[in-house]
Design a protein. Structure first.
Length: 291
């Protein structure tokens, strides 16, 4: 439980801390100042410290000297340009990434939101080429076995019972893609990690209800920051398809038994520069549609 105190001589009773603490309701407005009355319910999100206009709130988890003022923020146009500049990179230079730079990007990921401010996303970094190659081969091998199962008409009904009809139908639609991975790997390609110098794996505690969302937010923060440092990234969905069917993959990456993998991305110096921002499909927006 954090220690929370409101300095009455600074508090203007503006009510900001009460309003932003909409879930835990830690604060109430009293005659002299706002007062923390439910500190046991605090999520330690820090909203109260961040919003107070007079720095009247002392929160043991968020000392003011660790909470810099937000003065110089990018404009809307600058932010949109950065968002449009991010591309999925699948062609990397044969150049290692300094580990302090990887550490810097992992630190950026912690500023992403997480459910109930749990902050449970951690990372594993692989930068040994032989280990990454073995992992890639195991993923392709796993998907190759899945193709053979899907192509066996005698096994399809049993797979549908075990995995669900829709999941099997979806996997069957991807069978051609999985076969292509096997062929490409046989010709010396790395169709999973693209010979990236670093593979990053985001993981959370087993059974975390919002673990996937938390990891995706954290990974995208990292991916956007990587672009600004001249690095490229790619979200590797094939790994998640394979790890659902091969528990050895978690052992190969050194994942603790109490954790589960959520997001896998590659990281490296791009071989080519993307010079133009490309258009994307205009999203449909419906207001108050009828049920």
């Amino acid at each position: 439980m954090p220690a929370i105190k409101v300095h009455e001589d600074r508090c203007t009773r503006c009510g900001a801390c009460v309003a932003v603490c909409a879930s835990a309701h830690v604060f109430e407005l009293r005659e002299g100042a706002a007062e923390p009355v439910r500190t046991n319910d605090c999520w330690s999100c820090g909203h109260c410290v961040a919003v107070c206009p007079t720095d009247a709130i002392h929160h043991s988890d968020y000392p003011l000297d660790a909470c810099p003022s937000l003065d110089a923020l990018p404009s809307y146009e600058e932010l949109i340009t950065a968002l449009r500049a991010r591309r999925s990179t699948r062609a990397y230079r044969d150049k290692p990434i300094p580990r302090p730079l990887v550490r810097q990007l992992v630190d950026v990921s912690r500023w992403a939101p997480s459910a109930t401010n749990a902050q449970e996303v951690d990372w594993i970094a692989l930068d040994e080429p032989t280990r990454i190659e073995r992992l890639s081969r195991e993923v392709v091998s796993t998907l190759g076995r899945l193709v053979r199962l899907l192509q066996n008409p005698l096994l399809r009904p049993f797979l549908s019972l075990a995995l669900g009809k829709k999941r099997v139908e979806k996997a069957a639609e991807s069978a051609e893609d999985f076969e292509s991975l096997v062929q490409r790997q046989s010709h010396g390609e790395d169709p999973i990690f693209y010979h990236a110098p670093v593979v990053l794996i985001a993981h959370v505690p087993q059974g975390t209800y919002f673990g996937t969302s938390d990891a995706v937010y954290a990974a995208y923060n990292l991916m956007l920051a990587a672009e600004r440092l001249g690095l490229g990234t790619c979200h590797i969905g094939f790994f998640n398809v394979a790890r659902e069917r091969n528990r050895e993959l978690r052992d190969m990456v050194g994942l603790p038994t109490t954790r589960q993998i959520e997001v896998v991305i590659t990281l490296g110096y791009p071989r080519f520069e993307f010079r133009r921002a490309l258009p994307r499909r205009q999203r449909e927006l419906r207001w108050n549609p009828e049920a």
